[in-house]
Design a protein around this ligand. Structure first.
Ligand code: CTP
Length: 405
């Protein structure tokens, strides 16, 4: 497995069309988010947008010419017709922000500036990110224009709720650049997991001792979140059952929050219906307090001799009889005898695949961006990975699942 940085837009050209709303000030950050994922970005600026963000800022970030006019007298590079060459070279045309005026002109098939002409001429997917005053957004004319554009197959990323530059509060904010870039990645990704329903458990569980204290572990949910994002990007329908974590899951997944091992077990049982693949990436507590103390345990004694624990339910072992044709993937967090322990767990828990990762060392396991270990399948295949980014490892795991499914 390679250790190159994850660049899902490498080799892709994204044509970013910026129209004239206040949110145009976010355009340089959108460029950065796309470029950090490996994309080449070409920018088209309308005259109005150039009042909010300068061509020079965008040119400095992209290192490429910025297109502003339909038929420039001084052709920037050649005698190409700009709106056609940009439309042709795009892997995706992104309009962010898309003003109410721009949406209206697009809905009517107009091509009276470089943005509308490029959108009309392209065969690539088009992603519109509307952003405007809430009343303009909710106006029946804008609603109708968006419906027309959606019916024609253009993709629309809804604006967010919040304070708007015009002083109103409501729906109309341009989503954050990272959110827009994530949508671009999804729309340019192969949808090779479309139709697959995947249930993924993530994070630690917390087992309460009293209203103040609990037992947990070092899991942050990073590996699970990488799997959730990768599966969503590739078109799978994903449900996440998550213990308490600080991170945010990919916006396309349905998230069910749980706290304890027994809550996670109940949620997994309920969520299994109609699922094709279960990935148990959660670090489930093995032992839980024997009894929850409703009142805070006071420290008024010099030592506390024992905290009585009982085993928690083993989720995989409990649902083993419900497996049927489903594909089950487990994880094994190990400090020693990685392969032997993982093989034993795969067999005992009735898994089709197990991802054994080393914990307790730098660059692998809990909270780390990378992981090291070995991927073992019930059919006998195995693949070693060393300090591989969790995002990359997630894709490799999904490739294996797809191959075996
Ligand atoms: N797992 C589970 N229920 C538990 C504990 C673990 O379903 N109560 C799942 C984990 O989500 C993981 C796999 O079983 O996919 C292996 O978890 P791991 O913690 O490595 O192993 P344990 O079964 O807990 O065994 P040990 O702690 O002895 O290594």
């Amino acid at each position: 497995m390679g250790d190159a940085p994850y660049a899902p837009l490498a080799g892709r050209t994204i044509v970013l069309c910026i129209t004239g709303g206040i949110a145009a000030y976010k355009a340089p950050l959108i460029v950065r988010s796309l470029a950090s994922r490996g994309a080449h970005v070409d920018c088209i600026l309308t005259e109005a947008a150039a009042q909010f963000v300068t061509p020079l800022s965008l040119q400095s970030l992209t290192g490429r010419p910025i297109y502003t006019r339909m038929f420039p007298v001084e052709h920037q590079r050649s005698y190409e017709i700009e709106h056609i060459s940009l439309a042709d070279k795009a892997d995706l045309v992104l309009v962010a922000p898309a003003t109410a005026n721009c949406l209206a002109r697009l809905a009517h098939g107009m091509a009276d500036d470089l943005v509308t002409a490029t959108v009309l001429a392209t065969k690539a997917p088009v992603l519109l990110c509307p952003s405007m005053n809430v009343n303009m957004y909710e106006h029946p004319a804008t609603r109708a224009n968006l419906a027309t554009l959606r019916n024609r197959g253009l993709e629309i990323l809804e604006p967010e709720q919040g304070f708007l530059a015009c002083g109103w509060e409501g729906k109309g904010r341009l989503p954050e650049p990272e959110r827009i870039a994530a949508e671009v990645v999804r729309l340019t990704s192969p949808q090779d997991l479309a139709g697959l329903k995947i249930l993924i458990t993530c994070g630690p569980t917390c087992e309460d001792i009293d209203p103040v204290r609990f037992i947990t572990n070092r899991s942050t949910g990073k590996m699970g979140a990488a799997l959730v994002e990768a599966a969503c990007l590739r078109g799978a329908e994903v449900t996440v059952i998550s213990g308490p974590v600080a991170l945010k899951y990919a916006p396309w997944a349905r998230v069910v929050d749980v706290r304890s091992a027994s809550e996670m077990l109940a949620a997994v049982k309920e969520g299994l219906d109609g699922v094709d693949v279960l990935i148990m990436a959660a670090a489930v507590a093995d032992y839980v307090p024997k009894e929850y103390q409703r009142r805070k345990i006071k420290k008024g004694r010099s030592e506390m001799s024992a905290l009585e624990l009982r085993p928690s339910p083993d989720i995989l072992a409990t649902i083993k009889p419900l497996k049927d044709k489903r594909f089950f993937v487990g994880f094994a967090a190990e400090t020693d005898d990685l392969k032997e322990n993982a093989l034993e767990k795969m067999k005992r828990k009735g898994l089709d695949m197990i991802v054994a990762n080393r914990v307790g060392e730098e660059g692998s396991g809990f909270a780390s961006a990378t992981n090291s270990g070995i991927l073992l399948s019930a059919d006998g295949t195995q693949e070693v990975f060393e300090h591989v980014e969790k995002t990359m490892l997630a894709h490799t795991i999904l490739d294996k699942i797809r191959g075996a499914w």
